[in-house]
Design a protein around this ligand. Structure first.
Ligand code: 3H9
Length: 698
């Protein structure tokens, strides 16, 4: 069946695009649209053409899967120009999310009517590209340069009312019936004598050149800092700025050239990989049969940083929360923290006071575990100690309803072992939130040996409610994220003991695009956390394992990072951001001497190579052990929970892009010095032998 159909209703032709799920503008849609428009353009009886996509949404943009492939089909920009040049009225009848190429088609129509549920946007920047079908030229003509650039640089979706006020759409319909709306509107336009109105000829919003050049100065200044590592935001600004000085066809071909540059950029590959990876993460075997239980009432055990953060994430999702703490003082502390967070949100105009009160009404706290009797889900967030966790789960086993899901927020501990104290371990699961849990998107869903499919399905349902990005993980020390983190932390300590400066390492990691350097992260999380883990693991350490004591020396001095105002960096009101703690280099020197190591120099490349190799090394092991189901899940964990740049796709995608053979060669080289730490993973060797990449396992 054709993806583009049309019918003639007297003097109006109605085009219906149907390419589920989101009516992406694939090659077939472009071919169909162009053929239809060409055919209709010849029919003189037709006075107006209405473009619709009546199913889930109006066209949600170009088909992203086609980018980077050679496809023999007309390009969307030419179709948009053709639509605009028709000598009949063209109406786009919008609903849902007309985004990217979808909005570009709509903007090349002469009039736009939108259903109340419509949100428009040009989110190409989030995919590392720019609107390449006239969007950088038509949007400024409809809503002005400032708003257009704001939309294109952030990718935000603009609701119908705001789009109407800005001039992006002409009218909001009363209902969501997109076909009727389009036809009625076209009839009215014909009746009232309206004529075709090409957007390219609208000049009034781009005529004040002085005002535009002033705002461009500001926008470029902000962009140079905010998007310093990125390519496409600057290409977007360039296309708008240069386009304003050219005639329309020249501006369009300039835009096309910049679009092609973006398409060729590795950032486009990384970002589009992230887009699909963040949708593939919910495709897990348990969701095929698992039925989520209805989650309305949640219990949180522990009111520390994690407990309060998870409580807020739950309350924000409309869930009723009871928190358990040990005494009134701890309860007061947790309440004060939660209250202060919402007060801040009110101050920043994110919510109003009424909304705050409504959210707070969903929260209560007590010392009495019996209050948890009616809960659908409990999330335990107490101290990271197996005995304490087991004690909590034993109590929950006695008190909670038989079908209540019992989750632990442990970041390292064995969920199978925790589940042993519960009569029905099928309802036990790990929900590993990241701090601050009310903000961070990532949620590792740790499926233990006996966790039921319904429990897994409920956890994914919770993630959806909380707007988290869930990733399924199996049970192992640290799950996906912290296990890989441990590997590259240890590898970094090796480098530092061998002579690298922690501050140099951090700079290389930041320059690569990560949000923070490794030692910054340690300072933020608190050095004592890693110290406790190292102590826990000490009895299991092999005598031949290389163990670097530098971080222990730092912790022994009580330097746990931000919370003690001193760690690898110094903190305080009058201390500049990223001021190194000068005593760290002294400790490093002493430790190198103690270990009998003659320090060597590291250049940026050596540091980065080792950092990436350690991540990929452990990532590969995690895949072989099926802790992560696919490489893209590891990417999602790192881009959403560990500040790895999305535009690099994640560590596994990045490895694919630079070549697995290169990574393997590095690992082989490192293993000559330290075979215990670096013995090359078989899966990686196999992939290289077969000339395959990680993507082949996705
Ligand atoms: C562009 O237009 C460039 C132009 O300037 C032209 C230049 C020449 N293509 O997100 P969901 C799939 S760039 C292909 O779960 P929701 C998605 O993978 C494009 N597939 O649903 C998923 O597949 P699956 C600009 C796409 O309701 C399924 O649809 N446009 C596309 O939560 C459902 O997606 C954008 O960037 C696509 N464009 O959200 C919009 N979009 O079921 C990107 C979705 O197999 N899309 N899929 O996992 C979105 O933001 C959201 O998908 C949307 C729906 C808001 C539309």
């Amino acid at each position: 069946m054709s993806v583009v159909k049309h019918r003639i209703l007297d003097e109006i032709a109605l085009i219906e695009v149907s390419n589920p799920p989101v009516n992406a503008i694939s090659a077939a849609v472009r071919i169909g649209l162009l053929e239809t428009i060409e055919e209709l353009s010849l029919d003189e009886k037709i006075l107006a053409i209405v473009i619709t996509a009546p199913e889930r949404t109006f066209l949600a943009g170009a088909d992203i899967k086609e980018f980077g492939k050679k496809i023999d089909a007309p390009i969307l920009g030419n179709i948009c120009d053709k639509i605009e040049s028709l000598n009949k009225i063209v109406v786009a009848s919008l609903h849902g999310t007309p985004l990217g190429g979808g909005l570009e088609v709509a903007m090349s129509a002469h009039y736009r009517i939108a259903a109340p549920n419509t949100k428009v946007g040009l989110p190409e920047v989030l995919l590392g590209i720019l609107p390449g079908a006239g969007g950088t030229q038509r949007l400024p003509r409809l809503c002005g340069v400032s708003m257009a650039l704001d939309m294109m640089l952030t990718g935000k979706h603009v609701p119908a009312k705001k789009a109407l006020d800005a001039g992006i759409i002409d009218v909001i319909s009363k209902n969501n019936s997109t076909i009727d709306n389009g036809i009625e509107y076209a009839k009215k336009l014909i009746k009232d004598g309206f004529k075709p109105r090409p957007t390219s000829q609208m000049e009034n919003k781009i005529s004040d050149t002085q005002e535009i050049s002033n705002s461009l100065i500001k926008i470029k200044e902000t962009a140079s800092k905010k998007y310093k590592n990125l390519f496409s935001p600057h290409a977007i600004i360039k296309s708008v700025e240069e386009g304003l000085k050219l005639n329309f066809p020249e501006a369009i071909s300039n835009e096309r050239e910049l679009f092609e540059e973006c398409i060729q950029s590795p950032q486009r590959q990384g970002l589009i990989h992230s887009f699909f990876a963040e949708r593939a993460n919910t495709k897990v075997p348990e969701l095929k049969d698992g039925k989520p239980i209805e989650l309305k009432k949640i219990g949180i055990i522990g009111g520390g940083t994690m407990g309060t953060g998870i409580s807020m994430a739950a309350m924000n999702a409309g869930l009723d929360v009871i928190m358990i703490e040990q005494n009134d003082e701890a309860i007061e502390k947790a309440k004060t923290k939660i209250n202060a967070t919402y007060d801040r949100n009110v101050k920043l105009n994110r919510i109003n006071n009424e909304q705050k009160l409504e959210i707070m009404s969903m929260f209560s706290a007590t010392t009495d575990f019996n209050e948890l009797k009616d809960r659908d889900l409990i999330i335990e967030a107490v101290f990271e100690n197996m005995d304490i966790k087991k004690e909590v789960f034993s109590k929950l086993n006695q008190i909670c309803r038989k079908n209540c899901i019992l989750a632990t927020n442990t970041s390292y501990l064995n969920v199978n072992e925790i589940a042993t104290v519960v009569d029905d371990p099928s309802r036990v699961i790990g929900l590993h939130f990241f701090s601050p849990a009310n903000i961070m998107k990532l949620l590792e869903i740790v499926v233990a040996e006996k966790t039921s499919t319904d429990t897994v399905a409920s956890a994914f349902d919770l993630a959806k409610k909380m707007r988290k990005v869930p990733v399924r993980s199996g049970v192992c020390d640290g799950f996906i994220g912290n296990r890989i983190l441990s590997k590259y932390l240890v590898s970094t300590y090796h480098m530092v003991e061998d002579g690298a400066s922690p501050f140099h390492v951090d700079k290389v990691i930041r320059d690569f695009g990560c949000a923070m350097g490794i030692f910054q992260v340690i300072d933020l999380a608190g050095g004592d956390i890693g110290w406790a883990t190292r102590k826990r693991k000490a009895p299991f350490r092999h005598k031949d394992d290389r163990y670097v004591q530098i971080p222990d020396r730092v912790c022994e001095r009580g330097w746990f990072g931000q919370k003690t105002s001193k760690g690898y960096y110094l903190y305080g009101e009058n201390v500049d951001f990223l001021t190194p703690n000068p005593e760290i280099e002294v400790i490093c020197e002493q430790e190198r001497k103690r270990a009998g190591i003659t320090p060597k120099k590291f250049d940026d490349k050596e540091i980065l190579d080792k950092y990436i190799a350690a991540m990929v090394y452990e990532g590969t092991k995690i895949l072989s052990e099926q802790i992560a189901l696919k490489p893209s899940d590891i990417d999602v964990v790192f881009t959403n929970g560990y500040g790895f740049p999305k535009w690099r796709g994640g560590p596994m995608k990045y490895a694919d892009m630079i070549g697995l053979d290169k990574i393997l060669k590095n690992i082989q080289k490192y293993s000559e010095e330290d075979p215990r730490f670096w013995s090359p993973p078989k899966l990686l060797e196999d992939l290289v032998k077969q000339n395959k990449n990680f993507d082949s396992l996705n």
